[in-house]
Write a protein that binds this ligand. Structure first.
Ligand code: ZN
Length: 504
């Protein structure tokens, strides 16, 4: 402990941890809603979530907490852990003080309702079933963004800041412009090459139970601790960490293509490893959680794409694959690997290949900015979605289920969330270069099924710091450079060359 006010600091952490427990309770209920809750439970669940959000809001805005924080802040040394605790707490309190409790409750209730109507609308492929709840949600989010941004700020920046502190639309715009340009050239070159990848090695008959067991095994080999975590089926894959000792990941599957389940599980287990690696001593404190969603995505995507889609990984994994799926015994690494690294425009973001994934994100970035900025309305979304897909990926969905209704995010008010996926891709590519510099021949390790050195490097360099450093600072500390798209684009070009023989 630094500074003169140890008792004030302790009291502040105690109060903070109570608030954190309410957030955890709410996260457990959300996990339950996705994996277990019967459909009719949604109205009652919405009330519980709204009550929890209200109580949390009241505790966060109570003078007792702000007084404790003021007292804790006295005498804190610059650059210390305590200073980081104060910084993160202030950020949260500043944010919450701008949101009236009634709005916090309305948002929680709206999210539960919109989530159910989104689910129904998607199943029926009927946007009108979701539209009224989404309109209500967008109204609340615009109001929230306006309050958070204040008279001089930009509303969309305020929403981005929730997920990626400090990142602005103005910073993202040139980044997405460059990515759109370079990725489109790769896609064009691949299309013009006329070469198609044979995806049949990834297809076949993959029983659900075997897919679950295979994914579970791979996650365990990666280092995911199943005594501190669970894997459950859900309509949408996600990871929810209630504590480093209790991390829930979910999965879904296609019966005729193993890629969806395996890479989904590797992705969520990558998130889960980060959650399990957060330091217990900071659990429940302001710097306890992950520092940003971009960093979170860098962890999931590193395991999913840079490990899971590499030749080296498959030279280790192939015997396991044969063991779990005896029907695929004739599959070899040479035949399979290209099918894991295709560049082919498709409709569904979460099933998209890594050559086109960030173009899906670019669509959402365009649409959300226009929506939150008030340039378009909810009723315009299906058409705007299709037009933007046509422009960036050259394809159009035949229905809204696989078009504008495909993502869960807007139903819970997660506007400004999508760009973090692309930031995660840029960060993971840069981190991976640094990890190779530090550890040497990672491919040789993967080929032996040794993932511990990489995990330990991530624990030391990323996980153990939790939110002590802001995301951009952390990237610079670890890689010695500011974040840039260079490593990511170089990796995309390399894969396109190896799989399709095109140079861009
Ligand atoms: Zn993710």
């Amino acid at each position: 402990m630094t500074g003169s006010n140890g008792a004030g600091y302790e009291r502040f952490l105690e109060l903070w941890s109570e608030v954190n427990d309410l957030s955890r309770a709410s996260a457990v209920l959300s996990w339950d809603q996705e994996t277990q809750m019967p459909e009719k439970g949604s109205e009652a669940r919405g009330r519980v979530q709204s009550t929890l959000a209200g109580v949390r809001h009241a505790k966060l805005t109570a003078t007792e907490l702000s007084d404790a924080l003021a007292s804790a802040a006295e005498g804190v040394e610059e650059g210390s852990v305590e200073a980081a605790q104060v910084r993160e707490a202030r950020r949260e309190l500043d944010r919450i003080s701008k949101i009236p409790e009634s709005l916090a409750r309305d948002l929680a209730l709206a999210a539960t309702r919109a989530h159910e109507s989104w689910r129904r609308a998607r199943a029926a492929s009927d946007f009108s079933l979701f539209q009224p709840d989404l309109e209500h949600m967008v109204g609340l989010k615009r109001e929230e963004a306006r309050l958070l941004a204040g008279p001089d700020g930009r509303p969309f920046d305020a929403l981005l800041d929730q997920f990626e502190p400090g990142v602005t639309e103005a910073e993202l715009e040139p980044l997405f412009t460059e990515l759109r340009g370079r990725l489109s050239s790769i896609v064009r070159a691949v299309t013009e090459s006329g070469k198609a990848v044979d995806e049949s090695p990834a297809r076949g008959d993959f029983p659900m139970e075997a897919q679950r067991a295979f994914g579970h095994r791979v996650a365990r080999e990666m280092g995911f601790d199943f005594e501190a975590g669970r894997l459950d089926l859900a309509p949408h894959p996600f990871c929810s960490g209630f504590a480093p000792t209790d991390v829930r990941i979910t999965w879904r599957y296609l019966a005729d293509d193993f890629r969806s389940a395996l890479f989904g599980i590797m992705h969520e287990a990558g998130h889960g490893l980060y959650e399990q690696g957060l330091p217990l001593e900071w659990d429940g404190t302001p710097i306890g959680p992950a520092t940003s969603l971009g960093i979170h995505e860098s962890q999931s995507r590193l395991w999913e794409n840079l490990v899971g889609r590499s030749q080296a990984f498959w030279s280790w994994c192939l015997p396991l694959f044969h063991e779990y799926f005896p029907g695929s015994r004739d599959v070899t690494v040479d035949r399979l690997w290209p099918a894991l690294n295709t560049v082919k425009p498709s409709l569904i973001r979460v099933e998209a290949d890594q050559g086109t994934y960030d173009l899906h994100i670019a669509v959402r970035f365009e649409v959300e900015r226009a929506l939150i900025g008030g340039e378009v309305e909810v009723r315009d979304l299906p058409e705007l979605w299709d037009v933007t897909y046509e422009e960036l990926l050259g394809i159009r969905s035949p229905d809204v289920a696989d078009g504008v209704l495909q993502d869960i995010h807007w139903s819970f008010g997660g506007f400004g969330y999508f760009p973090t996926y692309t930031l995660g891709n840029l960060i993971n590519a840069q981190l991976f270069v640094a990890a190779k510099d530090a550890l040497g021949d990672l491919d040789a390790m993967f080929a032996r099924g040794e993932f511990r050195p990489l995990l330990d490097w991530l624990r030391d360099n990323i996980h153990q710091h939790a939110s002590r450093y802001p995301a951009n600072e952390l990237v610079e500390r670890v890689t010695g450079r500011a974040l840039s798209p260079d490593d990511f684009l170089a990796e995309r070009a390399r894969v396109a060359e190896e799989v399709y023989g095109v140079t861009v």
